[in-house]
Write a protein that binds this ligand. Structure first.
Ligand SMILES: Nc1ncnc2c1ncn2[C@@H]1O[C@H](COP(=O)(O)OP(=O)(O)O)[C@@H](O)[C@H]1O
Ligand SMILES: [Mg+2]
Length: 218
C-alpha cells in the first residue's frame, strides 16, 4: 500500500522543503520506492535535488483534455528509488483554476489514483507544499494519510501551527478526511528539544483554542 504524506504549514521558511527532500531521500536509502511531488510554485524541491524546476505538478493538477500529455511523462528519476514530479511557476495557474472552479476536496486524491494503481510499486508519495491556505494545500492534505508540520520556534510560527490544526480539524469534520492528526515535534536535535520547551510555553494556549489537541512529544 502506498503511504501518502503531506509536508505542510501555512508559514513559509519553516523547513517544509528541507523536510520533504530529507525524508524522501532517507526512505529511498532504505530501499523504499518514493515519489516526491512539488506542489510549491517556487520549484525548490527540484533545485534541492540538483534538478530543473519543470511543470510536472501543473500536469498532475490540470491534465489536458484528451490526455495527450500525461503526468507520467513528468516523473523524473532523482536517484535510486527516488522519483520526482517537479513543480514550477505554472503551479500557480493550477491553484487559480482549482479555486475558481471549486474542485472537490478529493481532487488531488483523484489525480493520484493512476499513479498508485498502475503498478509503479510506490511505497511513499510525499507532497512538498507552498505556504498558503486552501486550494492545492487543502486538497493535498485531504489526499494524505499523514501530515508532517515542520515549524520554527517563534510566536508567529506557533500561530501557523494553530492555523493548520484548524484547517485539518475542519477537513475532518466537514470533508470526511481520514488522515491522522500530526504530532508536530521530534527529539532528533538540540534544536528540536529547544522547540519542545518553547512551544509548550508559547504555543499551548494558541493550539488549545483550536480544540485539535497537541502532543509535545512522541
Ligand atoms: N532543521 C533546520 N534547522 C535549521 N535550519 C533549517 C532547518 N530546516 C531548514 N532550515 C533552513 O531554513 C530555510 C528554509 O527552509 P525551507 O525548507 O526552504 O522552508 P520552507 O519550505 O518551509 O519555505 C533554509 O535556508 C533551510 O536551509
Ligand atoms: Mg518550500
Amino acid at each position: 500500500m502506498t503511504n501518502v504524506i503531506a509536508i505542510a504549514n501555512q508559514k513559509g521558511g519553516v523547513g517544509k522543503t528541507t523536510t520533504a527532500v530529507s525524508l524522501a531521500h532517507g526512505l529511498a536509502l532504505r530501499d523504499k520506492e518514493v515519489l516526491l511531488i512539488d506542489l510549491d510554485p517556487q520549484g525548490q524541491t527540484a533545485v534541492s535535488l540538483g534538478m530543473k524546476a519543470e511543470p510536472g505538478a501543473y500536469y498532475l493538477l490540470t491534465p489536458p483534455p484528451g490526455g495527450v500529455v500525461t503526468v507520467k511523462q513528468w516523473i523524473r528519476k532523482a536517484r535510486e528509488h527516488l522519483w520526482l514530479i517537479p513543480g514550477d511557476i505554472s503551479t500557480n495557474a493550477s491553484q487559480a483554476l482549482i479555486n475558481a472552479e471549486a474542485r472537490p476536496s478529493s481532487y488531488i486524491a483523484d489525480q493520484l489514483r493512476p499513479l498508485v494503481k498502475d503498478g509503479l510499486g510506490l511505497d511513499y508519495i510525499i507532497f512538498d507544499t507552498a505556504p498558503s491556505v486552501g486550494g492545492i494545500q487543502e486538497r493535498a492534505i485531504w489526499a494524505s494519510d499523514k501530515v508532517l508540520v515542520p515549524t520554527a520556534t517563534e510566536f508567529l510560527a506557533a500561530d501557523g501551527v494553530r492555523k493548520i490544526y484548524e484547517a485539518m480539524a475542519k477537513l475532518k469534520k466537514e470533508q470526511a478526511w481520514t488522515g491522522y492528526p500530526p504530532r508536530p515535534v521530534s527529539r532528533l536535535s538540540p534544536y528540536s528539544l529547544l522547540f519542545i520547551s518553547s512551544f509548550s510555553k508559547i504555543g499551548s494556549h494558541l493550539v488549545s483554542k483550536s480544540k485539535a489537541g497537541l502532543r509535545t512529544s512522541f
